[in-house]
Unconditional design. Structure first.
Length: 317
C-alpha cells in the first residue's frame, strides 16, 4: 500500500519537530551548563592546584604532628628508604658530573631523588627538623619536645643506615667487589671526602664556621623545597616546586647531612685519605646542627609565625 501525500507530510512534520526538539534540548543543555557554572568550576579546579600560604602552612603543622606520633617501625622504614634513595641520587649526580665534566648537569639531575622520596612519603632528617617542632609550637595533643628528639634520633639512624647501604653497594660496583682500584667516579668520591673534611680542618675555627653556614644555607633551600611541594595538589606542580631549590643547594655546594652520609662512607671505602672521626667532627655533626638551624629558623618558624600565627592587624588612626 502506497503512503498518501498526507502521510508524507505528517512524517516530515514529525521528523522536523523531532529535530527541533533535539536542537532545543542542546540549547537548553548549554544553558543549564552555563547556569550551573560548570565551566567556571573547571577553572576553579585548576586554580585549586595552588594553595595559599595559610593553607599549606596548616598542612606543614599537620605533617609535623603526623610524623611526631608515627610508630617507631614506620619512622625507621621511611627514614631508611629516604636515605637510600637520596644516596643513589647523589651517586647518580657525581657520575653525571664526572662523565660530562659539567657540574651543572649533575646538579640539574640530582633533584630526581628528592622528588621520588617525597612523593613516596619517606622522611629525611632535614625535613623533620623543619616540620616536627611545629606540632609542639602549636600545642597539638601528645606533642612535646621529648617526642621531637625521639623522631629526630630515629630518622637520623634510618637515614644513615640507608645511605651507608647504598655507599657499600656503590663501592662494590666501582671496584668490581674491591678487586680493582676505583674508577674515575670512585676516585672523585674519595677526593670529595678529603676536601670537605681536611679542607675545613685546615682553616680551624674559620673552617668550622664556613661548614656550619653551608649547613644552614643547605636546609634553608631543602626545606623550602619540602614546603614548596605542599603548595600544589598536582604531581607536576609538586615536582617543579621542589626541583628549583634543590638544584640551588646542590650546585652551590652547600652541606646536606644525609647526602654526606653517603659521600663520606663511600669515600672511605674507596681510598679517601681521611678518617671516620674526621668525617664526624669536621663534617657530619656540624652539618647536622647547621641543617637544624637553617630549616627550623628560616623556613619552619618563619612561615608558622607569619602565616599561621599571624600578628593582629595594625589599627589605622
Amino acid at each position: 500500500m502506497q503512503a498518501s501525500s498526507g502521510d508524507h507530510v505528517r512524517r516530515a512534520g514529525c521528523e522536523e519537530s523531532g529535530h527541533a526538539r533535539w536542537h532545543a534540548g542542546c540549547i537548553s543543555g548549554a544553558d543549564a551548563l552555563i547556569r550551573n557554572r560548570a565551566i567556571p568550576r573547571v577553572q576553579q579546579e585548576f586554580r585549586m592546584a595552588y594553595l595559599a600560604p595559610v593553607e599549606f602552612v596548616t598542612k606543614m603543622v599537620d605533617a609535623g604532628e603526623s610524623k611526631l606520633l608515627m610508630s617507631t617501625r614506620d619512622t625507621l622504614i621511611r627514614a631508611y628508604m629516604a636515605g637510600a634513595i637520596l644516596a643513589l641520587a647523589a651517586a647518580f649526580a657525581v657520575t653525571v658530573t664526572v662523565n660530562t665534566g659539567n657540574p651543572l648537569v649533575g646538579a640539574l639531575l640530582f633533584p630526581v631523588g628528592f622528588c621520588l622520596l617525597y612523593l613516596l612519603g619517606f622522611d629525611l632528617l632535614t625535613g623533620v627538623f623543619t616540620l616536627v617542632p611545629l606540632a609542639v609550637l602549636d600545642k597539638r595533643p601528645g606533642a612535646n619536645w621529648s617526642g621531637v628528639m625521639r623522631n629526630w634520633s630515629l630518622v637520623f639512624v634510618g637515614n644513615f643506615a640507608g645511605a651507608v647501604t647504598v655507599a657499600v653497594f656503590m663501592a662494590i660496583i666501582l671496584t668490581f667487589g674491591f678487586t680493582e682500584p676505583p674508577n674515575a667516579v670512585g676516585q672523585k668520591l674519595g677526593t670529595i671526602g678529603e676536601g670537605r673534611t681536611l679542607g675545613y680542618a685546615a682553616h680551624g675555627a674559620a673552617g668550622m664556621l664556613t661548614l656550619f653556614i653551608r649547613g644552614v644555607m643547605c636546609n634553608w633551600m631543602v626545606s623550602t623545597g619540602v614546603v614548596a611541594a605542599m603548595m600544589s595538589t598536582t604531581v607536576s606542580g609538586k615536582v617543579i616546586a621542589m626541583w628549583m631549590p634543590i638544584l640551588v643547594f646542590f650546585y652551590m655546594g652547600f652541606e646536606h647531612s644525609i647526602v654526606n652520609m653517603f659521600l663520606f662512607p663511600a669515600g672511605l671505602m674507596l681510598g679517601g685519605q681521611f678518617t671516620f672521626m674526621d668525617y664526624m667532627l669536621w663534617n657530619e655533626l656540624p652539618t647536622v646542627v647547621g641543617n637544624l638551624v637553617g630549616g627550623l629558623t628560616f623556613v619552619g618558624a618563619t612561615l608558622y609565625s607569619t602565616h599561621y600565627k599571624t600578628a593582629p592587624r595594625r589599627a589605622i588612626a
